[in-house]
Design a protein around this ligand. Structure first.
Ligand code: SAM
Ligand code: SF4
Length: 329
């Protein structure tokens, strides 16, 4: 049976204050959306309340680009958290602005947060995020502590493992789950964003990482309920868990419960297959009746089981030329 599609990843902005080497091309300038092209918060909330929630979406993740560089992010969180239908509201962030914003986000109603942390070594971290000036590692680490202190649970840390860059830190990063109730998630590096780097370095499959961890501490499967595609394990007696997101080595299209709304209002049924995508912003701005918009979204939901990822054998789709920051990762 096809899973219910009730989870929407909402990109608030395509811009970012980092330039991670796995996410963006090293040299080329990215073309960012201009402000008038972005959905305003009022448009976003109208689409949610009058179109997407009535079509069954009840669980939302705010992402980007970097969601915390959008100036009205706290108001957006507050409004989405206040919809009676909202069952879950979470965010994926690089954590750079969390030290100053964690409390406001929590007070506004955000309860779950995923923070990208690809390295515990400041030098490696700065190399990954493309920081040329002062190190940014400490600021992100302080942001993680702030999120922990204000009560975000579960607190998840996302790691993209790149051979020869941060793969030597897998055990140290996994160890963060032992003493604290933190969930460390290892994501297989995908050929999106920086194709040159992918070509040079390749990727490491989740099972290879699990084997390293198993040899060091042992590893048991953990039963964890979540929205996502992660396979979840635990180091024996650890407080937190280890998640593995294996979109390169496994196909989890048959478990897919999500769609994506880009910062400029495109509703996309799949990360890498844009068949049927809907330009909700243009439809809304041109005055299309909301009932017609709902019918279009419902038709896309009905078609979704046939719109697949299959990235390893699908060749090039339009999405390949976009970065994760542009698609809304
Ligand atoms: N800026 C936020 C952050 O970095 O957490 C949110 C947006 S970012 C695009 C969302 C996620 O996409 C991050 O966890 C990032 O590691 C992941 N990502 C970006 N490019 C990727 C790639 N080529 N392969 C695998 N994951 C990638
Ligand atoms: Fe920015 Fe996130 Fe992409 Fe890094 S992964 S460049 S923090 S959008």
């Amino acid at each position: 049976m096809n899973p219910v599609v009730d989870y929407l990843r909402i990109s608030l902005i395509d811009r970012c204050n980092f330039r991670c080497l796995y996410c963006m091309p090293e040299e080329a300038e990215l073309e960012y959306l201009q402000r008038p092209e972005l959905l305003t918060s009022a448009e976003l909330l109208t689409l949610l309340r009058d179109v997407l929630i009535p079509c069954g979406f009840t669980r939302f993740r705010l992402t980007g680009g970097e969601p915390l560089v959008r100036s009205d992010v706290v108001e957006i969180v507050r409004a989405i958290a206040a919809f009676p239908e909202t069952q879950d509201l979470s965010m994926t962030t690089n954590g750079f602005r969390l030290a100053e914003m964690a409390q406001d986000l929590y007070t506004a109603g955000l309860r779950r947060i995923n923070i990208s942390l690809d390295s515990l070594e400041p030098e490696t971290f700065d190399r990954i995020i493309g920081s040329r000036g002062r190190s940014r590692w400490q600021q992100v680490w302080t942001g993680i502590q702030a999120a922990h202190s204000v009560g975000f649970t579960p607190l998840k840390l996302n790691v993209v493992v790149i051979p020869g860059v941060n793969d030597h830190e897998v055990l140290e990063l996994a160890a963060l789950s032992i003493e604290r109730e933190w969930h460390v998630r290892f994501i297989e590096f995908m050929p999106i964003g920086n194709h040159d780097l992918f070509g040079q370095k390749g990727w490491i499959d989740s099972e290879t990482l699990r084997q390293q961890i198993r040899e060091r501490w042992g590893l048991t499967e953990a039963q964890v309920k979540g929205n996502g595609p992660a396979d979840v394990f635990r180091i024996p007696n650890a407080k937190g868990t280890l998640g593995f997101i294996s979109q390169m080595s496994e196909c989890f299209c048959d478990r897919c419960n999500r769609m994506r709304l880009s910062a400029d209002g495109w509703l996309r049924p799949c990360l890498l297959n844009e068949t049927g995508q809907l330009d909700l912003k243009t439809a809304l701005r041109s005055g299309m009746p909301l009932i017609d918009l709902r019918a279009k979204v419902q038709a896309l939901l009905d078609a979704k089981p046939e719109i697949n990822f299959k990235m390893r054998d699908s060749g090039t789709t339009g999405a390949y030329s976009r970065t994760m920051s542009q698609i809304g990762g």
